[in-house]
Design a protein around this ligand. Structure first.
Ligand code: ATP
Length: 305
């Protein structure tokens, strides 16, 4: 609950123009590659400590947007503030506060995991300890392996560790688990959950809806360079208000599915009918549309076949 005092404090801070609660603030962001418009007026805010997943079909503008936020790409137009600075003109001190995990990287093949982390730690004024970083990335038992001997999943974990060794406030994860087996994916999720516990702000792009659902406080969906929806995993696309789906097998053995906006009443009716026929409704299920149902509807990517 927000107390009146806190309300006043928030109002005073907004009036003073200090967005201290925002790690990222973007207004009217645009970027084109020649005639190809990649980002077409994106507004985005990310609070400190928040984990935001940016979703969208191929070519939606995710990588372009994130590259601008990371300071790798200049914007054509719009106002971009990341940790209070314009990333295109950011200071060295700013770079030290931001951790970036790119889609592909090539850690030093001849160095061990520990040596590699020590090398990177040397570039920061206040690095996280190497042992702590190893633990955070789940690499403690791989510390003495050379880069060249790491599996794909382990290399990706090293990428994450390298982004964390500077003890960043904000971390960008670009498709952090692409190509992972299910166990490695769970492990990566554990790492991100660890960042949440440390209060680190995380922006991640992903094509895995389960990943977004598990990790994100908020999901932002891009399509054709625009934000077409945003919300929590539960509320995205009015998922929480969408009609529930009730499925069951009726007394005649036929599978039935019905959309219900009044679950209690429908269940009472079904139950009364079943009891009257001495039927148990043993496989009765009530479910919400999945995040994937909602996402596909939003992005119009549903298979037409
Ligand atoms: P994906 O899910 O495939 O990674 P994305 O959402 O990250 O896609 P972007 O890579 O930002 O999308 O691309 C947005 C649009 O800009 C696409 O139409 C893409 O073809 C185009 N584009 C991206 N990079 C360039 C470039 N360097 N030169 C020209 N066009 C580009």
């Amino acid at each position: 609950m927000i107390t009146p005092q806190l309300d006043v404090a928030v109002a005073a801070r907004s009036a003073a123009g200090h967005d201290t609660d925002l790690a990222i603030s973007v207004r009217g962001l645009r970027k084109a590659y020649g005639p190809q418009v990649a980002v077409d007026g994106v507004d985005l805010e990310v609070a400190r400590g928040e984990i935001v997943a940016v979703l969208g079909p191929n070519g939606a503008g995710k990588t372009t947007t994130v590259s601008i936020l990371e300071g790798f790409l200049p914007a054509d137009a719009g106002e971009v503030r990341v940790l209070g600075e314009d990333p295109a003109a950011a200071s060295r001190a700013w770079r030290e506060r931001v951790g970036i995990v790119l889609q592909s990287s090539a850690p030093e093949a001849e160095l061990t995991v520990r040596e590699c982390l020590e090398l990177y730690a040397g570039w920061y004024r206040r690095p996280r300890s190497v042992d702590q970083t190893l633990a955070l990335a789940g690499l403690t038992d791989r510390a003495d392996r050379r880069g060249a001997q790491l599996s794909g999943g382990e290399r990706r974990r090293l990428d994450v560790a390298l982004a964390l060794v500077g003890d960043p406030e904000l971390v960008f994860l670009d498709e952090p688990t692409t190509g992972f087996d299910p166990a490695a994916r769970r492990e990566a999720w554990r790492v991100v959950a660890g960042l949440r516990d440390l209060g680190v702000t995380v922006v991640l792009t992903t094509h895995y809806l389960e990943e977004a659902e598990r990790l994100a406080d908020r999901i932002v969906v891009l399509r054709a360079g625009r934000v077409i929806a945003e919300g929590t995993p539960r509320t995205l696309g009015a998922r929480d208000r969408a009609a529930a789906v009730i499925t069951f097998t009726d007394a005649d053995g036929r599978a039935q599915e019905l959309r219900s906006s009044s679950v209690a009443a429908d269940l009472q009716r079904l139950s009364a009918e079943a009891l009257a026929r001495g039927h148990d409704l043993a496989d009765l299920e009530v479910r919400r549309p999945t995040l994937e149902d909602v996402y596909l509807e939003l992005t119009d990517d549903a298979p037409t076949a």
